[in-house]
Design a protein around this ligand. Sequence first.
Ligand SMILES: Cc1ncc(COP(=O)(O)O)c(C=O)c1O
Length: 387
Amino acid sequence: MAFDPLLSWRAEFPIVETCTYLVSHSLGAMPRRTAANLQEYADRWATRGVRAWHEGWWEIGRTVGDMLAPILGVARGTISMHQNVTVAMGVIASCHMFDGPRRKIVMTDLEFPSNMYLFEGFRRYGADVVYVPSDDTVRTNLDRLLDAIDEYTALVPLSLVLFRSAYIQDAAAVIEKAHRVGARVILDVYQAAGTVPLDIGRLEADFAVGGSVKWLCGGPGACYLYVRPDLAAELWPGLVGWAAHANPFSFATGPIVYADGPERFQSGTPNVPSIYAARGGYEIVAEIGVQAIREKSLRLTRRVIEHAQRAGYRLNTPTKDGERGGTVVVDVPNGEAVAQRLLEQNVIIDYRPGAGIRIAPHFYSTDEEIERAMQTLEAIVGEQVRA
Ligand SMILES: Cc1ncc(COP(=O)(O)O)c(C=O)c1O
């Protein structure tokens, strides 16, 4: 086996000593330094009290957004932090009116459900939510999606990597069509950031959202919202709070005077402890570099695919490297029960209905872990067949 320099990071992730951890598409492993970061947060609160706001806490969203900027491929000073993707999407939606002819929100039927639930809620403000049907649960139908985006379209929420299959969508084609007809694209990079190299600025996405729970190993509560800098000043979010004011500590009453920078899209008080928790993962991903993570991910996911193909399992993931994010979805009979047996044997994966067992190596995974996971899977499926 060739030397794998990324394995030196294993020591930083306690959980990999206790199990075969292949679930980073759901919850990335916690870096050891996160405990120290959270301790630092508690110490600051304990010792500096209210003074901590002016010693870094108030600006923490911008500071940490700047850490994320190179990972996302966007300029510094363009990211605001939020509690979760749903809230960030809500802020974007609240910048738009849906009572005129341009009221369509177009997305594929393979989007993450909460992206659907949120925009369904905007029907009461006039939005017309259009779901573009796919031919299967792996890929969207690009031509159909492009045809649905027209001069009546306001927004196109688009997952760069689909959560159900890890299929990488053709964001450039969607953005090109949307811009040609005057629509805006919200790129959801949650299943990409930290495992697929991103160049969101060059793609000219109008908005990008994502969180830290998965490949960024940052835990819950720290989600990022990027807004294209030339667009930001034209937007006046309705879902807004005092942290978005140009001068929040003036406590001016009445209508808000919007801040110029990313704070414009902020709601209220920043999510300080979650951001402390998230920083460790961002530092590590940035230090390794997403390109190196991607190369390793492709190698290990290919290995999973080869095993699954040899065993004759159905794959609900693209087999072509260029079409696949960091996860492989293996569909075996009685998938949910098989997933449960894998968990009992300390192979940590998850199961999604209509998709299958999702298996996701990350930079801290070893080739041996893939072998162990796939052999365990084959043994469980074999037992079921014989039973
Ligand atoms: C692609 C994608 N978008 C959005 C979400 C949900 O984000 P949140 O819970 O932060 O609203 C997920 C969560 O798994 C996801 O995979």
